[in-house]
Design a protein around this ligand. Structure first.
Ligand SMILES: *Cc1c(COP(=O)(O)O)cnc(C)c1O
Length: 303
């Protein structure tokens, strides 16, 4: 069962800072973190006219697994389109890819069939027409449909803060599409901090604008000196991930969290005042992805 209770908050001490961690990773192994929040609306409302969910993205994406879990829970099929499936993954299925296959997902590699069309354009023009029983979810769940579930997360945070008598709070979470961070900022009276894991801050701002042109809803984007490419393994990413695991007992994920933590720590170290606002880091799940990321770190000798 996918549980509907508020997720717990742990308080950890790391590198001399006290940080609260919202354990959104603990919702369900297949349906956790922000993807579960984004799909919450679809999970809990009647969608009986739908028989197939259509999505796209990378063959290792956290959203693939969540879409597969949603489809399974609703007895829908899932058609998930990818540009290609890496050879090593095909030979040794693991992580999100493997679990999604086990949940019945159909993962369709379209190779160069889409020509100059973007994946979304290809699906809209070639896959969706004349099928009225399909529901298309854009990559990473970047959709206004996500707002309902993320507002619930905001409500949980507000209740927690009031129970803990925390008046001054900053929220930190790393972004892909920025959907989660933006809707959190829209529904919270606290400042939301984020960072761009996919593309740069300019790209992330464009993503924000697509969901809301009200700049009050735009989270503050933390930046660092070094440019990282999404999905590439970096030694300092593994190091911070490993330190966090060892010192706090919490396993974070390897695509988004390392940059989120590195930039949060920089930000906290730059703050002059000793007793600043409380910090709440959102653990957005995605742990099954570690099963395919860790071997890549090991192969590169970065562990
Ligand atoms: C998808 C995902 C993100 C990015 O979420 P956005 O709402 O697209 O910004 C961050 N962390 C994890 C673990 C994710 O699975």
């Amino acid at each position: 069962m996918i549980h509907q209770n508020p997720t717990p908050v742990d308080t950890i001490e790391f590198n001399g800072h006290v940080i609260h961690v919202k354990r959104d990773d603990l919702q369900h192994p297949h349906f956790s973190g922000n993807k579960a929040r984004k799909l919450h609306y679809l999970l809990t409302t009647d969608q009986s006219h739908i028989s197939t969910l259509v999505g796209y993205g990378s063959a290792q994406a956290n959203s693939l697994l969540s879409l597969a879990a949603l489809a399974k829970a609703k007895s829908w099929g899932l058609e998930y389109y990818v540009d290609h499936i890496p050879g090593y993954l095909k030979q040794h299925p693991r992580g999100n890819y493997r679990q999604a296959l086990e949940l019945g997902a159909e993962i369709i590699s379209i190779g160069d069939q889409r020509g100059d069309l973007g994946m979304q354009g290809f699906i809209e023009q070639q896959i969706l027409p004349e099928r009225d029983d399909v529901l298309f979810v854009p990559e990473g769940g970047r959709s206004p449909l996500a707002e309902t579930g993320i507002k619930r997360l905001a409500d949980e945070i507000r209740v927690w803060a009031s129970e803990q008598q925390v008046d001054e709070l900053k929220i930190m979470l790393p972004s892909g599409t920025g959907t989660t961070a933006l809707y959190l900022q829209k529904h919270l009276p606290f400042e939301v901090l984020t960072c761009a894991c996919v593309g740069d801050s300019h790209y992330l701002t464009e993503q924000f604008n697509q969901l809301s042109d009200d700049s009050h809803h735009h989270p503050k984007i933390l930046t660092g000196d070094k440019k990282y490419h999404f999905g590439k393994p970096y030694r300092e990413f593994y190091q911070i991930w490993h330190q966090l695991h060892q010192h706090t007992g919490i396993e974070f994920e390897l695509l988004y969290d390392p940059l989120g933590w590195l930039l949060l720590l920089d930000y906290l170290n730059e703050q002059q005042q000793k007793a600043g606002p409380a910090i709440l880091y959102i653990h957005q799940g995605g742990l099954l992805g570690n099963a395919s990321m860790l071997p890549r770190y090991r192969r590169k000798g970065l562990t």
